[in-house]
Design a binder for this molecule. Structure first.
Ligand code: UGA
Length: 488
């Protein structure tokens, strides 16, 4: 089936490549000439595992092409997906300029029946507005239906999420459009949930808000755990084992970031206010998220006393592992907090260095060429993003290179016993601190529990089909582990 996708950004490109992979003939459209040129020559503007090969394979098979012309796409394809950005405005509401412009452009070239599919994350009732706009700007009274088909891709595993979705939501008020949409998704062999357009639009915002709510819930609990001497990971395992709750998205840390959650939660709050039903709970979700980073910073400050002139190494800049995306990254915010307090920050990220440098996101930061390079002579190490690469670093070597072996783990990546055995002063989120052997245990220090009794690998089964995002606790050896990510 021929499919056109307007917008060759993250969602548009991944969707286009995956549709082509299952046999559709896809044309991806973008008004950025440079991007189209790059894509035509096989260059992918984003880092997403598996995407480059997928694009190349389908371009070679003539199932995937790129153009700057909306007319070309609308003329050739019965289905046109809109996957353009919906950026936030200063007050949290969504800027609908791009969607509205695309609707006008489609209207100007639409001649015969087309299904217009909204894939971008949009406020409820957007479908109605897109339909009104097309009707208003189309001169030939062309037939069309507007459908909502929200995407649930996660950066870092977007290709797998699209190829094996746990649900496909299609919001359509037309049987004719629905029949075409079912043909689009038939090859994915996944249950399709059919709703009205407004419900489909709401499902997307409701899903992201709920996931953010889970994260803020566990982060609020992490503060209670720290104050009471409990361990948030054990609490998360304990409540997550209840299938009704599920273990995923209960990893305490520095809070959520990225181009979706912060924007979508703000947008949902704004939409709820606009329709007269303010969603107060989500304001608290936002507040906890902001507070979590402040609490972490306070812990660093309380321990180091004065941050001014301290040499602090930060591992991680992207908003999560397996992406080069540094938009609304908590790690970037944290680096800037530390710099603002006068610390000398050396940061390293396996994929994020370049964008931080290119867009000057952390003025004053020194970017290291490897994780080991970053910790040379550091007075403290802060782990801000849980890249598996960091878990594979030789921690004994880290200890040797640091000036003072103090580690603040903002994502609970390392194993506390290993850290203690290596001689680190180790601080985690929502868990008791660990001091080096021989440093003298304080009353707050945990009693060592035999490994077998610890819930370190509790079965983590979620009721959804998706892999549960509980992180493994990495057990680096005190010595002899030669694995290193030093790329200098
Ligand atoms: C999120 C949703 O998970 C996708 O379903 C959705 O399609 C996408 O937004 C979107 O709207 O486009 P994404 O932003 O790629 O996907 O990343 P997530 O894996 O959801 O992580 C978001 C943030 O939450 C990250 O900063 C991550 O570190 C944080 N997080 C996640 C936690 O702090 N704790 C957790 O337990 C899980």
């Amino acid at each position: 089936m021929k499919i056109a996708i307007v917008g060759s950004g993250y969602v548009g490109l991944v969707t286009g490549a995956c549709f082509a992979e299952v046999g559709h003939e896809v044309v991806c459209i973008d008004n950025d000439d440079r991007k189209i040129k790059a894509l035509r020559s096989g260059r992918i503007p984003i880092y997403e595992p598996g995407l480059e090969q997928l694009v190349q394979r389908n371009v070679s098979a003539h199932r995937l092409s790129f153009t700057g012309s909306i007319e070309e796409g609308v003329d050739s394809s019965p289905v046109i997906f809109i996957a353009v950005p919906t950026p936030p405005q200063a007050d949290g509401s969504v800027d609908m300029t791009y969607i509205e412009r695309v609707a006008r452009e489609i209207a100007s070239v639409l001649k015969e029946y087309r299904v217009i599919v909204d894939k971008s994350t949009v406020p409820v009732k957007t479908g109605e507005k897109v339909a009104d706009t097309i009707r208003r700007y189309n001169k030939v009274n062309g037939e069309f239906d507007v459908v909502s088909n929200p995407e649930f891709l996660r950066e870092g595993c977007a290709v797998a999420d699209l190829m094996k979705p746990d649900r496909i939501v299609i919001g359509s008020n037309s049987e004719r459009a629905l029949a075409i949409m079912k043909r689009v998704y038939e090859p994915f062999m996944t249950p399709i949930m059919v709703t009205d357009v407004n419900s489909a639009e709401l499902i997307k915002h409701a899903a992201n808000s709920f996931l953010a709510l889970k994260i803020s819930y566990i982060n609020a609990l992490s503060a209670i755990c720290e104050a009471s001497g409990a361990d948030v990971e054990k609490v998360a395992d304990g409540i997550g084992a209840d299938k009704r709750i599920g273990r995923s998205f209960l990893n305490a840390g520095l809070g959520y970031g990225g181009s979706c959650f912060p924007k979508d939660i703000a947008a949902f709050i704004s939409i709820s206010e606009q329709i007269g039903e303010p969603f107060h709970l989500l304001r608290e979700v936002q507040r906890i998220n902001q507070h979590q980073r402040e609490r972490f910073l306070k812990k660093v400050r309380d321990t180091l006393w004065v941050l001014k002139e301290k040499r602090i190494a930060v591992w991680g800049l992207t908003f999560k592992p397996d992406t080069d995306d540094v938009r609304s990254s908590v790690a970037v915010d944290l680096v800037n907090d530390l710099i603002r307090e006068g610390a000398h920050v050396t940061a390293y990220d396996p994929k994020g260095n370049q964008k931080v440098h290119e867009f000057n996101l952390c003025p004053g930061v020194h970017l290291a060429s490897s994780a080991l390079d970053a910790v040379r002579d550091a007075e403290t190490l802060v782990l801000a993003t849980e890249w598996p690469d960091f878990a594979a670093v030789d921690l004994a070597e880290v200890h040797r290179r640091m000036h003072t072996p103090i580690v603040f783990d903002g994502r609970n990546l390392f194993d506390p016993d290993t850290m203690r055995d290596l001689g680190f002063q180790y601080y985690r989120v929502g868990r008791p601190p660990t001091k080096a052997n021989g440093s003298g245990l304080s009353n707050n220090d945990p009693v060592r529990i035999p490994i077998a009794m610890e819930s370190r690998t509790t079965p983590v089964q979620d009721s959804s089909n998706r892999p549960v995002t509980k992180r493994p606790r990495y057990l680096a050896k005190a010595s002899g582990s030669k694995t290193s990510v030093d790329r200098s």
